[in-house]
Write a protein that binds this ligand. Structure first.
Ligand code: 1CP
Length: 347
């Protein structure tokens, strides 16, 4: 799919890019969602000296943190160290981190949404600077991934004000003020397109849209408030040379809608068998989906379960990953074993 669009030179060298662009590679490449972060002692060391926002906004620090897992493990791709909330500064929203995002004034009215500032100038240009620094350090066979939050997930944080179990304010707002929510989603979509284009121009060879809270919605709601905006973003990125990865969490019931999105790679969480995903998502590459909790199991269980995911991923392009992000107390030794197991498996 869209093979003509990518840079053939880089792809020839990089297993991650070959698989992302649909090649049924003899070995599955691996990267890990949230691979740059708190489970690494070298990250915690930097974190003790700087705030999360300082780390994100200082290209040298963000680049260093992006490279930390690459130095430690032979991963096939690096993902830029940032956060899904990073670009929202451009709309004039004040967000702090402790450790998750906290919005100073949650958007709970149509008036607040209409009053959001229009972005002037590039969106979070420091992320582009960090990407350029990382690319200059990475070996050519290691892919570089940029990312953004999907608008409906960003709206969940902006309206609720922080992470939440039930997102009751957000879900109530969606029903009470659908027109205002569409205005917000339209603004977030515009920011996301500019932001991801900037990341691609700065060297991101793939971009992932994280829809971490997709699972809150039923299918008709997702088709109304999610899919049209995601299609617009993904279409705007077509032909720019970067593989488009779409990842939604807890979204097995939304498969029919997700299957219509224009993207090269579909990320699948641990609750969906990759064989079922293969049937649903056709010729696209699949990414996933080892249950993160398996990193806490004994070595034999880790190997058996990893092989089960690799077996299920056969019959088409597969980028190995966890089914969701790695947790702060995961063991770096378990990650090292996981990368070894994946690289040692012949598909
Ligand atoms: O290595 C990487 O993957 C890059 C780093 C990365 C990514 C991809 C961070 C760093 N954040 C993200 C994306 C992100 N941020 C998502 C989508 C992925 C997912 O579903 O896990 C989400 C939902 C967020 C929001 C967020 N930011 C949370 C969750 C809050 C909640 O309650 O819902 C948290 C804890 C943050 C802060 C954050 N982002 C990243 C880190 C390392 C941290 C913790 C800051 C610290 O070190 O204290």
């Amino acid at each position: 799919m869209l093979k003509a669009a990518h840079g053939a030179g880089a792809v020839a060298a990089a297993p991650f890019l070959r698989a992302a662009w649909g090649e049924d590679t003899p070995r599955a490449p691996i990267w890990i969602m949230r691979q740059a972060g708190r489970y690494l002692p070298e990250y915690r060391e930097l974190k003790a000296r700087s705030s999360f926002l300082e780390m994100v906004r200082t290209p040298e620090l963000a680049a260093e943190i992006t490279l930390q897992p690459i130095r430690r493990f032979p991963l096939d791709a690096a993902i830029i160290f940032s956060d899904i909330m990073t670009p929202l500064d451009a709309l004039g929203v004040d967000i702090a981190f402790s450790p998750g995002p906290h919005v100073a004034e949650p958007l709970r009215s149509a008036a607040q949404i209409h009053a959001l500032r229009a972005p002037d100038g590039p969106i979070a240009p420091f992320v582009g600077d960090a990407l350029r620094l990382v690319r200059a350090e990475l070996q050519p066979h290691v892919g570089l991934i940029g990312f953004a939050g999907a608008p409906l997930t960003l709206a969940a944080y902006l309206i609720e004000g922080s992470g939440s179990k039930e997102y009751e304010h957000f879900r109530a707002f969606l029903r009470a003020e659908p027109a205002a929510l569409h205005v917000l989603l339209e603004k977030l979509t515009g920011v996301t397109i500019d932001y991801l284009k900037m990341q691609i121009a700065a060297g991101a060879q793939a971009v992932q849209l994280f829809d971490s809270w997709a699972g809150l919605h039923d299918l008709p709601t997702y088709r109304t408030f999610g899919i049209p905006y995601y299609r617009k973003i993904l279409e705007a990125l077509a032909g720019l040379g970067a593989a488009r990865i779409f990842f939604a969490l807890g979204a097995a019931h939304l498969t029919a809608a997700i299957a219509e999105l224009p993207c090269e790679v579909v990320g699948v969480d641990w609750r969906t068998d990759l064989r079922a995903a293969r049937a649903a998502f056709g010729a696209r590459a699949l990414q996933g989906n080892l249950d993160t909790a398996i990193l806490y199991a004994d070595a034999a269980t880790l190997e058996r379960e990893t092989h089960a995911v690799l077996d299920a991923g056969r019959g088409g392009a597969h980028v190995f990953n966890l089914g969701h992000g790695i947790w702060p107390d995961a063991s770096p030794d378990a990650v090292a074993r996981l990368v070894d197991i994946v690289h040692g498996y012949e598909r």
